[in-house]
Ligand binder design. Structure first.
Ligand SMILES: Nc1ncnc2c1ncn2[C@@H]1O[C@H](COP(=O)(O)OP(=O)(O)OP(=O)(O)O)[C@@H](O)[C@H]1O
Ligand SMILES: [Mg+2]
Length: 234
């Protein structure tokens, strides 16, 4: 469960987030849509405890973010724009390294399973520096979930993925949802948002301008609401 109250974030005299109120229940899969520069990645970074809010209150699974960074980090999986992987390490070495940070049991077994899940077993021991963008993204996704986080924060997870990898990622997100994982995903891909999310949030100029549930994977509703809020078309 994520609870955000009156969140603001200022940097260089610029108010990036201007009073965000948000409540996300356990097991929800939520997409954050919005134009470039709206503040979506900034919101995710604040929730991932990477940057501090300027004001406001955040609770994650009942824990106050200000006071519980370490406990919160353990239950979060965060996929940023950059992969966070070590170039000279192989997928296996990367996943074992990050798994160990989180105290994952049978870490090598878990790492191998994940590499298989993202379809890269053939490259298990190749250094990541030789990988294509999509291959790196696949391993970055595996890294974000190595410790089976209760809450997943994904920043444009579908970017750079081919059709096969998109369906692998969607399967991963939906299977984690079945286990009760909460997912908050920033995306520009309305189709993927409609397909896997049960709720859409639209952010514009550092504020939430729309927040609605979707049923039957209705892409039409998503485009319609986005156009109305962001492009002013009705
Ligand atoms: N550390 C910082 N210092 C100053 N300005 C920043 C900082 N980080 C972000 N910004 C500004 O805040 C605004 C929101 O940035 P953010 O990366 O959150 O946008 P976004 O919604 O994720 O956009 P995109 O869709 O392009 O990824 C931008 O105008 C950006 O230049
Ligand atoms: Mg962004």
């Amino acid at each position: 469960m994520i609870e955000v109250k009156k969140l603001t974030k200022q940097a260089d005299n610029k108010l990036i987030l201007r009073g965000v109120d948000l409540s996300i229940n356990k097991g929800e899969t939520v997409a954050i849509l919005g134009p470039n520069g709206a503040g979506k990645s900034t919101l995710l970074k604040v929730l991932a405890t990477l940057i501090k809010p300027t004001s406001g209150d955040i609770k994650i699974n009942g824990l106050e973010l200000k006071k519980n960074h370490i406990a919160i980090k353990k239950i979060l999986g965060y996929l940023p724009h950059s992969s966070l992987l070590y170039d000279h390490y192989s997928p296996l070495e990367n996943l074992v390294f990050f798994g160990n940070i989180y105290g994952v049991k049978d870490v090598e077994k878990r790492a191998k399973e994940l590499v298989k899940e993202v379809g890269l077993s053939f490259f298990l021991n190749e250094p990541v520096k030789n990988f294509s963008r999509g291959m790196i993204q696949r391993i970055a996704i595996a890294r974000a979930i190595v410790h089976e986080p209760e809450i997943l924060l994904l920043d444009e997870p579908h970017t750079g993925l081919d059709q096969g990898a998109i369906s692998i990622l969607n399967t991963v997100i939906l299977s984690m949802k079945k286990k009760g994982t909460t997912t908050l995903m920033v995306t520009h891909d309305f189709k993927q948002a409609a397909e896997i999310c049960d709720r859409i949030i639209i952010v514009k100029n550092g504020k939430i301008v729309d927040d609605f549930k979707i049923e039957n994977q209705s892409l039409g509703i998503v485009s319609e609401k986005y156009e109305l809020q962001v492009e002013g078309v009705s």
